[in-house]
Design a protein around this ligand. Structure first.
Ligand SMILES: *Cc1c(COP(=O)(O)O)cnc(C)c1O
Length: 383
């Protein structure tokens, strides 16, 4: 049997061979293997140089200062650090209110839930039907004691884009910090932290054809913004995140980010074409509803409801495509997607929804055969 067609790029991506080759040079004896914090020998200096070069290059892709990049193990850790790292600041300033949304990734939602156990209060904004949080929504819930607004730029189940620039500007005016989980937008949308104006931004390597286990948090250099470390031990990363820096992961993430940036224009066009072609296949099938707001989303993700069938049954029957019902992180539970119910979809329709996501290796033939496979399977299931 042929392997199923991989249409789950929003869950993870294969490492690009060019990235793997760069990583390979930073692992073994003869390569750049040493501890970047070793100050006493040339091996350490070379590893440190590789890390700092990568830091400057990653910062450049965001138009950030290299000193604003903190290496982490991924977007989950970055999200945790961005929010929990503000506890001291919140206590010092008497600001114990957090604003987020009901459709965030669990890395933010679970972190906020934990903050509630620590005496912070959280407002969970409801997005509109498109899965978008408006600046007006944010402005209306900011209070005198609001500490931070944390909203994702691109939703991982819908692909919907939130206008963070205007939101960050409102936050700044009101003296509130802003954080965004950019795991799904980094490398896919032009991202300039100066223009965007956010104070913190999380990103991840394995969503952009880099390795798993590496990410970064952009932390804007500004008076009084110091995050409480969540991992102590040695004071690496300006005291914000200890632990020996994984040189191979860091150069891998950076090489992946540079490739994304080089290819962004062409890939956006190519993937939009694939997505539109895929959607037009699905529109031939009765009772198919596209949940993704196609005019306000990245082309890499399309979420679709197939009325009258159970999503789990459909997922199993669609054995020629590798997809997910929503977020891979939730696939252990049978609860309907919090994102789809969060945009007001009835439970049955949310249950009958699947996420298709496209990427670097997706070809026209893939979306064509996926489309006809879906039509066949649905025809069978609905009989
Ligand atoms: C994948 C993803 C994460 C988790 O990133 P890791 O690097 O796997 O920890 C967080 N947020 C969003 C929006 C994601 O898509």
């Amino acid at each position: 049997m042929n392997n199923p067609i991989f249409l789950d790029y929003a869950a993870s991506t294969p490492t690009d061979p060019l990235v793997a080759e760069v990583m390979q040079q930073h692992l073994c004896l003869g390569g750049n293997f040493a501890n970047p914090a070793s100050r006493g020998h040339v091996y350490g200096w070379q590893a440190d140089e590789a890390v700092e070069t990568a830091r400057a290059e990653l910062a450049a892709t965001l138009n950030a200062d290299p000193r604003e990049i903190v290496w982490t193990s991924g977007a989950t850790e970055s999200d945790n650090l961005a929010v929990k790292g503000l506890i001291s600041r919140g206590l010092r300033l008497g600001r114990k209110h957090i604003v987020t949304s009901a459709i965030e990734h669990k890395a933010v939602l679970d972190t906020c839930a934990w903050m509630e156990t620590q005496g912070f209060s959280v407002t969970y904004l409801k997005p509109n039907k498109q899965g978008v949080i408006t600046p007006e929504d944010v402005a209306s819930v900011i209070r005198g004691d609001t500490l931070v607004v944390s909203l994702m730029q691109v939703n991982n189940e819908l692909g919907s884009i939130t206008d963070l620039g205007r939101i960050a500007a409102i936050c700044r005016e009101r003296g509130v910090l802003s954080h965004t989980d950019a795991a799904q937008s980094f490398g896919k949308l032009p991202l300039d932290v100066q223009a965007l104006g956010v104070d913190m931004l999380s990103l991840s390597g394995h969503k952009i054809y880099g390795p798993k286990g590496i990410g970064a948090l952009f932390v804007r250099r500004q008076e009084g913004l110091v995050l409480d470390p969540q991992i102590h031990g040695g004071g690496h990363e300006m005291g914000m995140r200890s632990g020996t820096l994984p040189t191979h992961q860091i150069v891998g993430l950076t090489a992946a980010a540079k490739l994304m940036q080089q290819q962004m224009c062409d890939e956006t066009q190519r993937i939009t074409m694939l997505r539109d072609r895929f959607v037009s296949h699905l529109q031939q099938i009765p009772d198919v509803r596209v949940n993704t707001p196609l005019t306000q989303s990245i082309p890499h993700i399309v979420n679709v409801a197939f009325a009258g069938v159970d999503g789990e049954t459909l997922l199993l029957a669609l054995n020629h495509v590798a997809i997910s019902t929503g977020s891979a992180c939730n696939s252990a539970s049978v609860e309907p997607s919090h994102v789809l119910t969060g945009i007001g979809m009835p439970r049955e329709l949310a249950d009958a929804s699947l996420r298709f996501s496209f990427g670097r290796y997706t070809q026209v033939t893939d979306v064509d055969s996926a489309g006809s496979h879906i039509a066949d399977v649905l025809g069978r299931l609905r009989q």
